[in-house]
Design a protein around this ligand. Sequence first.
Ligand code: ZN
Length: 261
Amino acid sequence: MAKNNQHSRSYGDLEQQIERAAGAIRNARYLTAFTGAGISTESGVPPFRGPGGLWERYDPAMLELSYFLRNPSRIWPILREIFYSHFGAAEPNPAHRVLAKWEAEGTLKVLVTQNIDDLHFRAGSRNVVEYHGNSRRLRCTRCGAGFDADEERLSQLPPRCSCGGILKPDFIFFGEMIPEEAVERSSEAVERTDVMLVIGSTGEVYPAAGIPMQAAARGATIIEVNPSESSFTAQITDIFIQMEAGTALPLIDEEMNGDRA
Ligand code: ZN
């Protein structure tokens, strides 16, 4: 299945694409998924980038590690408001739930997410590679100890470790490396996958966007679910389902369970 530059652009109608996606998923030896902010917008989680994104309202500098470390008392109340009060009120949507169901059934082997909102976990997914970390845990900036980001821990800001160090959310800030374990586990997924679902990612944030690119280069079939074309669509997508994920994934699931196969 070598890719070439005359990549097929005739995606056909939606119903046909959903049938093709269901067939590819059913026949996959090692199905993986790669998700971005778009899967969570239907849950009310704003993306960072783009219209309506967090960077329209907040200064991205607050997520620069050195700036944060110099101003933890000023930045923590904003972090708590965005990532705990606001994200915490969001609920998984049908797209998160279908992915959790497919994992429980043994269909989906690994899910790599760029999201830090914890909604895959809360939907029941367990084999999740959190490429950018997560907001569920806090990490000591001095000794590296980890803590749950619970209400008690966040009642006094900035939260501190028993060693006296300032705690930060366990997702990566600007200037931080991708967690080593996430890099290793996503490389392994790329090596093993023959079908990758790409959901709600615009393909603009690197190195994360390299994951579907590498999977495609190794011959994996790419199924993309996005409401509009992304950087992936023309380059690597084999089956394009132009819909919101919360609508598309239940339709694919229904198609897989139907007897029209
Ligand atoms: Zn500490």
